[in-house]
Every structure is written in structure tokens, then in C-alpha cells.
Design a protein around this ligand. Structure first.
Ligand code: NAD
Length: 437
């Protein structure tokens, strides 16, 4: 199969590299010369475990290439995936589809022969219909079928998720497109990944419904965590106790500072907007969005409370900035709001993240960046764990305490055992369980 990926970001690059690894011939296109130059030099512009190796192997094998030249890349492709961004539109929260439509027009102008154009980007229901209308009206001579194939990979575990997905959703009724999509994903049969075919609009909604459900599950346990703090119960044990019920499941029940990242915030908002427009409001998701927005700022207040009610002129050290570990992605990370709340209250904020500091520099206010956890805690009145990177789990707590002005740990990811923190002489402020001082 000759496959082209339009957009070489987190999704396009991982999908392109994995499809090349399956044996297809893949070209990853992007309009950013910096990205394509870096990739051609063998540098990977994002941090994703395992990606560098898989890109190197497949470029060397001649199956994977990179290009700025979209028309040339797609001219004789069998299948072209659109994997460009669909951020929140400024002002109203709908998905901004301008990149998708621009890519679709460029593709249609350049293809020759029968081509399947696949939306892998997360797009609202009806986007496939609109692309099809554009093709029919503006490029009536072209033989193109539009398919929906949303992506469910998680950053930080993207390669495994792409290669061993729980399911692959494909939205199309067209027999020729079904054959091509079966061929694209045939190597995954070995991994027993089910292909789930449905209508295109249903496929588009599956992606939003999945993300909204997961965001709701996280928000549910976050509210239970707040209740646990009032009642003297332990949210981790509640989560375990309910998660053992197979109808509930144990995933996505980790209480924390609120969901963030490049998908949940924008996708929940876009779904809420779509539902309102169609006079079928999703009140559960509207509430989920509102609770999560409030929660991030509330985490700032939690830190301030742990510092005795005021942080003006006090040094606060943040461990972790990215929205989850094993990524450098800072999009909509809870750390952004937490840092802002602390800065607003007059704190002197010092931060460290293993991979996210470059990206953080363009979104965080005036904070000081350090090059290790220990480098940022000298004289700090509190350490706040914002992202649960592995390397924060086994810090040298004696050294940490010796460097700090006050031994206070605000553990927004519950990575430390309260008993241990007490043993080392820390006041420990976890999520959804008793504070130990
Ligand atoms: P991204 O911002 O990392 O990458 C998008 C890339 O597309 C950018 O490099 C941009 O330069 C490029 N681009 C935009 N217009 C282009 C054009 N006309 N021609 C060529 N390149 C173009 O975005 P992402 O995180 O990879 O997300 C892409 C889509 O996948 C979004 O719709 C997102 O919601 C969805 N998605 C993301 C994830 C995730 O974990 N990041 C998971 C599932 C689905």
C-alpha cells in the first residue's frame, strides 16, 4: 500500500511510522519546514518512547519518508490520512476545522486515480459529509472516497496503542474503501485487533463519546476524592474497591488535579457545542467540563492552603509540568492553571520536568526552570507533584528535606505513601485521603 499521512504531529508521525513498520510505503507530510528538516536529519521533533527507533529503522529500510510537498506525495497514493490538528476554535469552543478542510482541498487537487481519503483527526459528526461535498462540488472529476478512522492512541504509550489497539473503528459503506482499509490494517490481525466497521457519522461520534466518557470517569473519581477528604475515607481504596467490579473497570480511576492534554479538554467542549447545536444537550458532559475547569484552579488553592494560607514571597517547587508522564506535550496541562494561580498569589515558582520544559516556556508565566528535582527545592516552602514521572517516585527524601525551608509535599498524583512521608518528617497533602502532618 502507498500511504500518505498529512500532518506529522503526535498522531501522524506515530501512525505513519507504525504503518511503515507493518510493511507499507509511507510518506509523512507536514507544512512545517522545521519539522520535516529535523525528520530528514534523523531527529524526532516530539518525545514519544520508542518512536525514534521505529522511525530510524523504517527510514533506513526505505519504507518511510518525509516531505513538504503534499501534491507530489499524494499523487499516486492508495490512501491518504488527514492527521492535522483540530484545536478549539477561539471564542466558541467548536472544533476548528480549517486545517482539515485546507488539507482536503490540497489532497483532492493533486490525487490521480481512485484514492481513499481518511480522517484520522478527531472531527465533529458531519465533517466527512462536508469533505465529500467539497470534493463533489470543487473536484467532480476525481474518484475519491472519504472514510472516518478516528485514532485512540495515548501519548506516552502511542506505539503500543497503535500496534495493539482495543479496536480500530472504520466509518464507511463503500466496498472499495472497505477493501483498502482492510489491507492497511491487515498486519494487525496478528495482534488480534478487531476492525469495527460502521457508518461514517457513527464512527465520528464514537471518538467523541469515548473521550467524553473517559473524561467523565476521571471527573467522577476526582469529586469522590474531594468527598473522601471531608469524610476521612481513602480515594485510592475506594477506586480499587469499585474498580474490581467488571462493570466499572479499574482504568481511569486515578484521582488527580483534573484532566488536561491535547484531546479531552477540546473534545469534551466540542461535543458539548455539537450537542447544543442539535438541541440535544449533554448535561453530564457540560458539568464534567465545568467541574474540571474549576478543579485546576482549586489545586492552586490547595497548595496555598498547604503553605499556611499564603504564598506571597514564598518559594514553591513544582515537579512535573506535562499533562501526563512520558510526553513533552504541554497542551492544556493542569500545571498551566496551577502555576498561574500560584503566581497570582505572589509565589516564587520554580519548576522541573524531564521532557516538557521547552514546550512549557511558551505557555507558562514568569517561573524559574531547574535541571533536576533537587535543583529547584532549595529554600522551598512546598514541593508539589503535578505529573507522576517515574523519576519522582524514588527521590532522596532526606536530601529533599534538608534543602527545603519547610518539609511540605503536596502530592497531586498520590505517588507517595503517607506513612513514608511521615517517617521522613514531611507534612503530606495527598488527593482524596487524610493529610498527615
Ligand atoms: P499536532 O498538532 O501534534 O500535529 C498536527 C500537524 O499537522 C502539525 O505538525 C501541523 O504542522 C500539521 N499540518 C496542519 N495543516 C497541515 C497541512 N495542510 N498539510 C500538512 N501538514 C499540516 O496534532 P496531534 O496531537 O497529532 O493531533 C492530530 C489530530 O489527532 C487531532 O484532531 C487530535 O484531536 C487527534 N488525536 C490526537 C491524539 C493525541 O494523543 N495527540 C490522540 C487521538 C487523536
Amino acid at each position: 500500500m502507498r500511504v500518505v499521512m498529512i500532518g506529522s504531529g503526535y498522531v501522524g508521525l506515530v501512525s505513519g511510522a507504525c504503518l511503515a513498520d507493518f510493511g507499507h510505503r509511507v510518506i509523512c507530510v507536514d507544512k512545517s519546514p522545521d519539522k520535516i528538516d529535523a525528520l530528514e536529519r534523523g531527529e524526532v521533533p516530539i518525545f514519544e518512547p520508542g518512536l525514534e527507533q521505529i522511525i530510524a529503522q523504517n527510514t533506513t529500510a526505505g519504507r518511510l519518508g518525509f516531505s513538504l510537498d503534499l501534491p507530489r506525495a499524494v499523487a499516486d497514493a492508495d490512501v491518504v490520512f488527514i492527521a492535522v490538528g483540530t484545536p478549539s476554535r477561539r471564542g466558541d469552543g467548536h472544533a476548528d476545522l480549517s486545517y482539515v478542510y485546507a488539507a482536503a482541498r490540497e489532497i483532492a487537487a493533486a490525487v490521480t486515480g481512485f484514492t481513499v481519503v481518511v480522517t484520522k483527526s478527531t472531527v465533529p459528526v458531519g465533517t466527512g459529509d462536508e469533505i465529500e461535498r467539497i470534493f463533489r462540488d470543487e473536484f467532480p472529476e476525481k474518484d475519491i472516497v472519504v472514510v472516518s478512522n478516528p485514532e485512540f492512541l495515548r501519548e506516552g504509550a502511542a506505539i503500543t496503542d497503535f500496534k495493539r489497539p482495543d479496536r480500530i473503528v472504520i466509518g464507511t459503506d463503500d466496498e472499495r474503501a472497505i477493501d483498502i482499509m482492510r489491507e492497511v490494517y491487515r498486519p494487525l490481525y496478528l495482534n488480534e485487533a478487531p476492525l469495527y466497521f460502521c457508518e461514517r457519522r457513527t464512527s465520528e461520534l464514537i471518538k467523541y463519546a469515548a473521550n467524553a466518557f473517559l473524561a467523565m470517569k476521571i471527573t467522577f473519581i476526582n469529586e469522590i476524592a474531594d468527598l473522601c477528604e471531608q469524610l476521612g475515607a481513602d480515594v485510592q481504596k475506594v477506586a480499587k474497591g469499585i474498580g474490581m467490579d467488571k462493570r466499572i473497570g479499574d482504568k481511569f480511576l486515578h484521582a488527580g488535579p483534573g484532566y488536561g492534554g491535547s484531546c479531552f479538554p477540546k473534545d469534551t467542549l466540542a461535543l458539548v457545542k455539537t450537542a447544543q447545536d442539535h438541541n440535544s444537550p449533554l448535561r453530564l458532559i457540560e458539568t464534567t467540563v465545568a467541574i474540571n475547569d474549576n478543579r485546576k484552579r482549586a489545586m492552586g488553592r490547595k497548595v496555598i492552603a498547604a503553605c499556611g494560607g499564603a504564598v506571597r514571597g514564598k518559594k514553591v517547587a513544582l515537579l512535573g509540568l506535562t499533562f501526563k508522564p512520558n510526553t513533552d506535550d504541554m497542551r492544556d496541562a493542569p500545571s498551566i492553571t496551577i502555576v498561574q494561580a500560584l503566581l497570582d498569589a505572589g509565589a516564587d515558582v520554580h519548576v522541573f520536568d524531564p521532557e516538557g520544559m521547552e514546550a512549557a516556556k511558551s505557555v507558562l508565566g514568569p517561573v524559574t526552570y531547574g535541571d533536576s528535582p533537587y535543583a529547584i527545592v532549595d529554600g522551598a516552602e512546598a514541593v508539589v507533584v503535578v505529573t507522576e514521572w517515574e523519576e519522582f517516585r524514588a527521590l532522596d527524601f532526606r536530601e529533599l528535606k534538608a534543602r527545603m525551608a519547610k518539609p511540605v509535599i503536596v502530592d497531586l498524583r498520590n505517588i507517595y505513601k503517607p506513612e513514608e512521608m511521615v517517617k521522613y518528617g514531611f507534612s503530606h497533602f495527598p488527593i482524596g485521603k487524610r493529610i498527615t502532618k
